[in-house]
Design a protein around this ligand. Structure first.
Ligand SMILES: [Zn+2]
Length: 477
């Protein structure tokens, strides 16, 4: 299993540091409203990584946090007259519902920032003790960027060029007063209580306040994964400053390498443009469900882009994803033995991917989901056509089951079979049958003009021809 590492700028093999468990951390949502599809493509890609690591036998352990305190959550909860915890609970529940619809696996741990205040204070204390942090005139505690040897190593950027980087979890600059800090590049570890924070503050050795946003991820990843762990992922906008700051805080506090491998997911475009409310192309999951698309089709549309390339998410793409799912079900219906579902072939480590080897190679080499999908579809097409004996098929069925699991695609064949059984038998009138036969002969003779004209004539009479592997069938339109 190989993946591009933002830190080294190379594709490298993923291996668990402890030789047993692959420990990964993903920056989760800030819960102040429904997550949009741009958030969900990042979480879906992290989910595919987690699933693929499982299939690859790397025994992943997955932590994804919930940011339940920051400027936005505090402000929005106050606007709605709710306590911060009731407000963030509501949106955490909504987030979990959306995740379930998109078939995202539940992480092993999902820690919340407000439940880890002592752990965060502990890191600030260590940084104070070691001279990496100082208390500003406003009472907030800041990280001294110049005190850390390697600031900029992840985003490959010169700290001398830094102007200001006090951003919130939405990546927007705060209007924080820059004069409180020794250097504009320094960022807040602990924010002193302000009147507008209301009741949302905690006691600390530096007075009442709340943690800066970057700190929670350092504290919670170290708590659940150890001082050095295997992989950290998030959206590309988090690379700087959020992840850079996590490295600075963690490595200065522990004296150890924080994380070995960094994965960043590129943002999507919607209908060729950056998603924004003013352009009318800003969608949360529910907006797309309301338009009649299934969550599985949305997931399928996400898979059509490699995580390091910008995906243009369009309604045409969603239509194509919907029909691709239909095709997938049809092919599986032909391949799967009677009464079986793909889930019957799941479980255990798959060592032989049979005729699906190319698809697995694409997925396990830098999570190339579009290439994996393409290879899987062409392998399935062949299998559906030739349908090998059950014994020979066993390897392929296990491979298909493992691959669809890694991609998180759930396709149920039983309902399709029921639909087909339920189809009423229609008597085809003799003149229609004769026209269809004439059209078939014209097609065989490669007389496309006549064949098209006959198809058109049938259509006008209310019948359509469906070309099948065996020849054709006629159905009412
Ligand atoms: Zn984070």
């Amino acid at each position: 299993m190989k993946l591009f590492n933002t830190l080294s700028r190379e594709i490298s093999e993923l291996t668990p540091l402890d030789g047993n468990q692959f420990r990964m951390y993903v920056c989760g949502p800030t819960v102040y409203g429904p997550a949009h599809i741009g958030n969900f493509i990042t979480f879906t890609r992290a989910d595919i990584l987690y699933r693929t690591l499982k299939v690859a036998g790397l025994n992943p352990y997955y932590v994804r946090n919930i940011t339940d305190v920051d400027d936005k959550t505090i402000r929005s909860s106050q606007e709605q007259g709710m306590t911060l915890s009731a407000f963030t609970e509501k949106w955490t529940t909504k987030f979990h519902e959306d995740c379930a619809l998109l078939n995202l696996l539940i992480p092993d741990v999902e820690p919340r920032a407000t439940e880890h205040i002592p752990e965060q204070i502990d890191i600030v204390q260590k940084l104070m003790d070691k001279g990496h942090a100082y208390q500003g005139a406003d009472g907030s505690v800041y990280y001294r960027v110049k005190s850390f040897c390697c600031y900029g190593k992840l985003s490959h950027f010169d700290p001398e060029e830094l102007r200001t980087q006090d951003t919130n979890s939405a990546g927007r600059a705060n209007d924080a007063d820059e004069y409180e800090r020794d250097n504009v590049a320094d960022f807040a570890l602990w924010k002193a209580r302000k009147p507008e924070d209301g009741d949302n503050y905690w006691e600390s050795p530096w007075g009442q306040g709340r943690p800066g946003w970057h700190l929670e991820c350092s504290a919670m990843s170290i708590k659940y994964l150890g001082e050095t762990f295997d992989l950290h992922a998030g959206g590309e906008d988090l690379c700087f400053p959020h992840h850079e700051n996590e490295i600075a805080q963690s490595e200065a506090a522990t004296g150890k390498e924080f994380c070995r491998h960094w994965m960043h997911s590129t943002h999507l475009m919607v209908e060729g443009k950056k998603m924004s409310k003013s352009l009318g192309n800003f969608f949360v999951l529910q907006d797309l469900l309301d338009k009649g698309y299934s969550a599985m089709a949305i997931r399928m549309a996400f898979l059509n882009g490699h995580y390091r390339q910008q995906l243009n998410f369009t309604f045409n793409g969603l239509d194509a994803a919907t029909s691709a799912l239909g095709k997938l079900a049809e092919m599986l219906e032909k391949i799967l033995p009677e009464g079986k579902e793909l889930s019957d072939y799941r479980g255990g480590i798959v060592s032989d991917f049979g005729s699906l080897s190319n698809a697995w190679m694409a997925l396990s080499n830098d999570l190339n989901t579009p290439a994996a999908l393409g290879a899987m579809f062409s392998a399935l097409k062949k299998l559906a056509k030739t349908k090998p004996q059950v014994e020979a098929l066993e390897v392929d069925l296990k491979a298909i089951a493992a691959l669809t699991y890694a991609l998180g695609l759930e396709v149920e064949v039983a309902s399709l079979r029921k639909q087909q059984e339920a189809k009423p038998v229609v008597e085809v009138p003799a003149d229609i049958a004769a026209l269809a036969e004439k059209r078939s002969e014209a097609k065989k003779a490669k007389d496309w003009g006549t064949a098209d004209a006959l198809r058109q004539e049938l259509q006008e009479k209310g019948w359509k021809i469906i070309d099948t592997r065996e020849g054709y069938s006629v159905e009412p339109c």
